[in-house]
Design a protein around this ligand. Structure first.
Ligand code: ACO
Length: 303
């Protein structure tokens, strides 16, 4: 795994000076204290490249060993060329095919599940999956309903074969296009917060439980939960459905806000670096997002 977050911190106090909001409102409704914002010179592909480089180094894989690059993003630099082709060139991954995946905040899970199919079929030995967003470029900074929620960043992983008994035990992907109107991007991000909240609380809990069941496990077998970092109250609801103690849930929403497709890999990269996830832990990743889309993975951690 690897990650990149831009150095510039935007705090709730900074936002208080720009729009009619308060640190107290943002913290109590979302759990967010600050978020990272990329500067004008840093676009989505720059952050994707940095996270990808770190993931390749930590996996000890050379770029030319990659068979495929998948980039999950809803904020690409351009409609085309894709972010995945841009980083293919910068990494020197000359043997890799490349495509972007669009599933909003569930994009990283969709990407990893797609990578798994290519690795299992034997088509590719290693697939790089990146979740990356520069949401600051599609947020209406005058709209207090959305401006307080989002941040920029990137997280990446290399998917490849692991030893017997380890790796992805099960997955779930889903979509409900009838809910697309509740969360969309036309000129800026538009959101019906209450509808998204209700959907997220229900879906995150159900998918987390269902993916454990598909792996033949009960919720008591789950050691760690990595939920999409959208809102602490939504995250807490899914943790409670699994019956896990507070310290067994990944939490970085207070530092980075909602980074959409990047939130799960950013949070998990920090968990690994700080020793919260260890080999042979059963880890559930679960996300939801615009579309509406959702996805979950149950993983026995380790190479
Ligand atoms: N500061 C102060 N007041 C605010 C702010 C703000 N930043 N934003 C909204 N309000 C006001 C509204 O105007 C409204 O006022 P009104 O009642 O006078 O009309 C009121 O606060 C709304 O309050 P609540 O209904 O209590 O807010 P709620 O508890 O629903 O929290 C929130 C709002 C945080 C947006 C919540 O609904 C939520 O988290 N929804 C899910 C959002 C989400 O996860 N989005 C991302 C999903 S996927 C993706 O990432 C693309």
């Amino acid at each position: 795994m690897g990650k990149y977050v831009p150095p510039t911190v935007l705090t709730n106090e900074d936002l208080e000076k720009r729009i009619d909001t308060s640190d107290e409102w943002i913290r109590s409704r979302t759990g967010i204290e600050e978020r990272r914002i990329a500067d004008n010179e840093t676009n989505t592909s720059d952050m994707a490249y940095e996270a990808a480089k770190e993931a390749l180094e930590s996996a000890n894989i050379r770029p030319d060993q990659l068979g495929l690059i998948l980039v999950a993003t809803v904020t690409p630099d351009y409609t085309f060329p894709s972010v995945s082709t841009m980083i293919q060139e910068r990494l020197g991954a000359k043997n890799a095919a490349a495509m972007d995946v669009s599933a909003a905040c569930a994009g990283f899970i969709y990407g990893v599940v797609t990578a798994k199919q290519f690795v299992e079929s034997g088509a590719y030995e290693y697939v790089l999956v990146v979740g990356v967003e520069k949401l600051s470029k599609i947020v209406d900074w005058e709209d207090r309903n959305t401006a307080v929620l989002f941040g920029d960043g990137a997280g990446a992983t290399v998917v490849g074969k692991v030893s017997e008994g380890r790796g992805i035990l099960s997955f779930e992907l889903g979509a409900d296009g009838s809910g697309g109107k509740h969360l969309c991007h036309k000129e800026f991000i538009e959101m019906n917060g209450r509808e998204v909240f209700k959907f997220a609380v229900r879906q995150m809990g159900e998918s987390a439980l269902s993916v454990a069941e598909k792996a033949g496990l009960s919720k008591d077998d789950v050691d760690y939960l990595v939920p999409h970092q959208a809102n602490i109250r939504i995250m807490e609801a899914s943790r409670e459905r699994l019956g896990l103690p507070v310290e067994k849930m990944s939490k970085s929403v207070h530092k980075y806000g909602n980074t959409s497709a990047a939130s799960i890999p950013i949070s998990l990269t920090d968990d690994l670096a700080e020793g919260r996830v260890k080999d042979d832990d059963v880890v559930v990743l679960v996300g939801f997002g615009g579309g509406l889309t959702w996805g979950a993975l149950c993983i026995k951690w380790g190479k």
